[in-house]
Design a protein. Structure first.
Length: 622
């Protein structure tokens, strides 16, 4: 192909897979392994949109000083600086309303990290272990260097090859699943790719010392990441040698291809790197992929030594349907099973089952329906490959067949009866009550019946769990989407419940003011992460287990238990609406006067019975 044809095909690839390729290139720019202009732009955006002035000030005059003190082995000075920063954060100085730094585990972790306190503690511990004043600093510096080197070798640098692999798939197939970024891990070659790239980096760095030799070898080694993307078993030195042979006589062509993008580079520069981030990076990599495909074809035709190792044929052309049917014979059988066992449901019943995960009908139909749904989830990715729309991983020379799919073993693609949902609501409400009571007992040493109601249940936990289970039922086959959906839903439920309770009873049952990333003290990042993780456990483990156990209970017994619980809950709700559960440790949970708080007041000359100063901002009622 001519350069014009290569660029035309490259544009087509970018247009067909724009969002996927954009995300991949942004990740690469974030790591800083390629697309340096975009990396600089992301850094500038991050600095401009920094939400706290204190964080930037800290970086300049706080934690930076601590790190320098460690490097200079001045641990005493670094310890004092870190302690001052910790006191400043914990006192709430210069913090924003949202990015709280005074309460919670996340806030504590951020304080220790950004102040450098955690690193000082590590160095002091090492000094103590080795009974030396300098061993800690030396070991810390060495470990920091090794840690960064390992991250660079085994994570950051390998993304060069991952990017090229994804672009090669994108030029051939309509669908490119994002999970294919883990291709080298799936075929067990991640470490080999990392070490091979390390070899290329060392060779290139040595040649760069000669300046002119560095430029020449840049083009000689240009195809190495593409070669490793196709067959990582080639190894570093052989991949470099093969690249040199493939590029022999073609270096000037590669240079001319790069030069043809001069106008785009200028436009990207004029827009501060924005055009590069949003289009040029993808366009350029897609064009390089086309160039590699041409060089590969020429190398195979010329029978260059080791060119026969470029054997991932179906990375460049769709496979024959007969071959696909043979390799994916189990998927064909599963598709036949789905067709013959499909459960036909009336429209309303189907909508409830598919979009809310609620089942109305006989238990036998339910079991048949969820078996078919589970089968659909297990073969969904393989169906795209079988249809020729996605790269057929089973035709990869390095593919190793797995005995079983991990996904689907817990049968989480199921619908739940009303009675099962009621039992789960009460179970989650009770577990939430136990959680809240236990936390208060551990933190304050006092048993308190938490929540607005008199009984041992917190409806917000049961409601949140059922909402995640029902409203996100369509996302269950995609755990990452399910997780972020759970964060969003739990945030809406918790925020809305807080507003309702405050408007109704003029009191708060929780306040996250001072927690890292909180909104009006009603929700915070720490709480939402816990709820989301709990929601994931609920969807993929607890709910299927409870449903399996409940299915063994006779229906009359199950209905009787549910009705008794509903009656008790209704009575409690009516009574608690008029007489809500309020008081010390519930709505005024900072009102307890501990001996420690009294001693603190006495030491500052304040009355012993006055609330501790740190507690005053949190007492909002009376």
């Amino acid at each position: 192909m001519t350069r014009k044809e290569m660029k035309k095909r490259a544009k087509k690839t970018v247009k067909s897979h724009y969002l996927l390729l954009l995300i991949i290139c942004l990740i690469c720019a974030f790591w800083g392994t390629e697309f340096n202009d975009s990396s600089d732009l992301m850094t500038r955006i991050s600095n401009v949109t920094s939400t706290t002035q204190s964080s930037s000030t800290m970086a300049k005059s706080g934690a930076g000083d601590v790190y320098r003190d460690i490097l200079n082995n001045n641990i005493k000075a670094g310890s004092k600086t870190a302690a001052k920063l910790m006191d400043k954060y914990e006192a709430g100085h210069d913090q924003t309303k949202i990015l709280g730094r005074t309460r919670g585990s996340l806030a504590s972790f951020m304080n220790k990290l950004t102040s450098g306190d955690i690193f000082i503690k590590i160095v002091q511990s090492l000094n103590s272990v080795f009974n030396s004043k300098s061993a800690g600093a030396v070991i810390f510096i060495g470990l920091s260097f090794i840690f960064y080197l390992m991250v660079w070798i085994f994570l950051m640098n390998v993304f060069k090859v991952i990017v090229r692999r994804m672009f090669l798939e994108a030029r051939t197939y309509e669908k490119v699943p994002f999970q294919h970024v883990l291709h080298f891990n799936i075929v067990g070659r991640w470490r080999k790719v990392c070490l091979s790239l390390m070899v290329q980096y060392i060779f290139q760095a040595l040649w760069n010392l000669t300046v002119i030799g560095g430029v020449i070898k840049y083009y000689s080694y240009f195809l190495t990441p593409f070669i490793l993307a196709e067959n990582p078993d080639i190894g570093g030195r052989r991949a470099i040698t093969l690249s040199r042979k493939m590029m022999y006589g073609h270096k000037i062509e590669c240079f001319k291809l790069q030069l043809s993008f001069a106008g785009w580079y200028a436009l990207s520069w004029l827009t501060g790197g924005l055009v590069g981030m949003l289009f040029l990076n993808m366009y350029l990599m897609a064009a390089y992929s086309e160039f590699y495909v041409e060089m590969r074809k020429a190398a195979i035709e010329a029978q260059i030594p080791d060119a026969d190792l470029l054997n991932d044929k179906y990375l460049y052309e769709p496979a024959d349907r007969c071959l696909l049917s043979m390799k994916y014979s189990d998927v064909v059988e599963e598709e036949e099973f789905i067709k013959t066992h499909e459960v036909r449901l009336p429209l309303l019943q189907r909508l409830f089952a598919e979009y809310l995960g609620v089942w109305f009908g006989s238990m036998q139909h339910k079991l048949n329906y969820q078996e078919v749904e589970e089968t659909k989830v297990q073969i969904s990715d393989d169906q795209d490959a079988l249809g020729g729309e996605a790269y057929p991983a089973r035709l990869n020379p390095l593919w190793v067949p797995k005995e079983d799919h991990i996904i689907g073993q817990l049968m989480f693609m199921r619908s739940y009866t009303i009675w099962c949902l009621l039992i789960m609501f009460f179970c989650l409400s009770f577990l939430g009550w136990c959680w809240e009571v236990s936390l208060h007992l551990i933190n304050d040493g006092v048993f308190v019946n938490r929540g607005t109601m008199q009984g041992p249940w917190l409806p917000i936990y049961g409601t949140g769990g059922l909402i995640v289970l029902m409203l996100l039922s369509k996302l269950r086959a995609h755990p990452v989407a399910e997780f972020f959906g759970a964060i969003l839903l739990c945030g809406v439920v918790e925020y809305g419940t807080s507003v309702y309770l405050e408007k109704t009873y003029n009191a708060r049952w929780w306040d996250y003011t001072g927690y890292f990333f909180n909104i009006d003290g009603r929700i915070c990042a720490e709480g939402l992460l816990v709820f989301a993780i709990g929601g994931m456990v609920m969807v993929y483990v607890i709910a299927p287990m409870i449903d399996t156990m409940i299915s063994k209970i006779k229906m009359p017994v199950l209905i009787s238990v549910c009705m008794c619980l509903l009656i008790l809950f209704t009575i409690d709700s009516v009574y608690s609406h008029k007489h809500p559960n309020m008081g010390n440790g519930i709505t005024s949970y900072k009102a307890y006067k501990t001996e420690e708080a009294m001693l603190d007041n006495m030491s500052t000359g304040l009355p012993a019975d006055m609330p501790a100063l740190a507690d005053l901002p949190l007492i909002e009622e009376g």
